[in-house]
Each structure stands twice: as structure tokens, then as C-alpha cells.
Design a protein around this ligand. Sequence first.
Ligand code: C2E
Ligand code: MG
Ligand code: MG
Ligand code: MG
Length: 282
Amino acid sequence: RAKKSRRGSFVMYSTEMGSDIRERVRLLQNLRSAVESERLFVVYQPQVNLASGAVVGVEALIRWRKEDGSFVAPDRFIPLAEASGMIVAIGDWVLRMACRELVRFQALGLPTLRMSVNVSQIQFRHPDFLEKLNAALLDTGINPRYLELEITESVAMEDADFMLETLHMVRELGISIAIDDFGTGYSSLSQLRQLPIDRLKIDRAFVGELSQQVSGGHIAAMVIELGRNLKLTVIAEGIEDEGQAQSLLGLGCHEGQGYLYAKPLLPAQFTEWYQARVANPG
Ligand code: C2E
Ligand code: MG
Ligand code: MG
Ligand code: MG
């Protein structure tokens, strides 16, 4: 009997749990050990002023390298880290790494360099979030005005009262806020103008459209106009060629980030990249 039911449950397992779920469970177990054995690290992608070419900031992006040397993309493991709650600890770790690195980067001759850190909605809504944020500021001694948190458009629009309150408190710490992947959600102008934010980030899908004849970047143009009307800085992500950079500049976009300038870099690579850029501008 026992045997039968065991076999029965095995059958259930193999038919009802798709290979996708089993794959995700395995990935989650691996992620847990990756955190423990420090196989996660942070890379930094430069952001430039489109008109002057000046380096204005960097975005911190997490990386996971497995033992066999292959990488797991954040788009695959961040959702798992969110579902399991691990994102709270991982996010806090990224924040601290980024703050520490900011001190070193600013010392390179970039005293006003900004550090942007992605914050997941699970992390943002965690009751200890503000306390941890404050502790990271105090422990690393960074000037909060050079720290920016990126939250996605959908997160910013959900549960408006809670978000408004938290965003205001973040801003009271002196930290700025960017809305990431802007243009992919459905926020209205009236919702957007209520939010205490500093910057809109145009999603890279709309930057890519700038090089296509047909769609021609109408959404990018609209986001830039919206941002300018609300007196926000607008930054474009995923700029891959000079044509896109010129179009964005022509449309009034302030800042940009993308492979045209640099891929996300290790701290030592960023130093090298920046020094080469200073030595050989343009
Ligand atoms: P995101 O915040 O929108 O980050 C921009 C993504 O675009 C990054 O992908 C970056 O490597 C990529 N990118 C930048 N320039 C170019 C370009 O010119 N061409 C192309 N094709 N791609 C470009 P990445 O690093 O794979 O990160 C993916 C997403 O994972 C991020 O999107 C963000 O939502 C999330 N993520 C990454 N690090 C963290 C983290 O520390 N915490 C949280 N909560 N999320 C993170
Ligand atoms: Mg981002
Ligand atoms: Mg983005
Ligand atoms: Mg994006």
C-alpha cells in the first residue's frame, strides 16, 4: 500500500511538475549556495550626459557566475530571489557594495558621480527597508545626494498611498529616485506628477526603435517630452549606436547609458575606462 502510494505520488510529481518548475527549483538551490559561497558580484555601467559627454553616473548591476564559469542572467534569477524572499538580503548586499564602490569611484576625479541601484518591489515594501537604507548610508559615509534608487514603473504605480509615503521618506534621506523601464507600464500623467521622483529612464526597447524606419521612436519622443514637462531628468538605457544617441539628444533627452559607451564593468575596468576617456575625449 505504502509502495503504491509512493509510486502514486511520484507519478504526480513527474506529470504535474513541469520541467520548467523543476529547473527553477534547482536554480533556486544553486542561488542559495551562490550567496553563501560569494559567487555573486556587482558590475557598473557608466551613464553620460548626452550633450557634453561627461560621465555623470553608474548603474550597479548584479552578476552570478556559476562554478562552471557560465553566467545566469539577472532576468532569470531575480524573479526567483523575489519569490523566495532572498532578494531582501541580496538587495541589501548590492546596496552596500555599490555605496562602498561609489566612494572609490568619486575619488578618481568624479566627485559628483551618481550611483544608481535597482530596488525590487519586495525589497522596497519590506518593513526594514528604510532602516537598512539609512544604515548603509551611515556605515559607508556616502553623501546620499549621489545615491539613486531605481524602481520600475509598475511598482511605483501600485498601492499609491504606500508608495508615496515611502518615496517621500527615501527623498527625505537625501536620496534620489528614478523610474526604470519607463514606457512599459500604464501610468497616467496625473499619477506620475504626484510621485516625488527625479528621473525617468526610457526602456531600451524604445531606444532600439529609434533605428527602425517604421516605428521611428515615437514612444521615446513622448517619454522625453513628458519628463521635460514634469521637470525631470530623462535618461535612455540601451544606447548601442551613435545614431540613437544623436536622435535622443535631438529629442531633448539629457543622459544615456548603453554599449555605445561601455558595457557593465568591474570596478577596475571602470577605472581604466574612465582614465582612457579622460586621456582621449570624444
Ligand atoms: P535594468 O535595470 O533595466 O538594467 C538595464 C539592463 O540593460 C542591464 O541588463 C544592462 O546590462 C542592459 N544593457 C545596458 N546597455 C545595453 C545595451 O546597449 N544593449 C543591450 N542589449 N543591453 C544593455 P542586466 O544587467 O542583464 O539586468 C537585467 C535586469 O535585472 C535589470 O534591468 C534589473 O531589472 C535587474 N537587476 C539587475 N541587477 C539588479 C539588482 O541588483 N537588484 C534588482 N532588484 N534587480 C536587478
Ligand atoms: Mg535599472
Ligand atoms: Mg532599466
Ligand atoms: Mg530595462
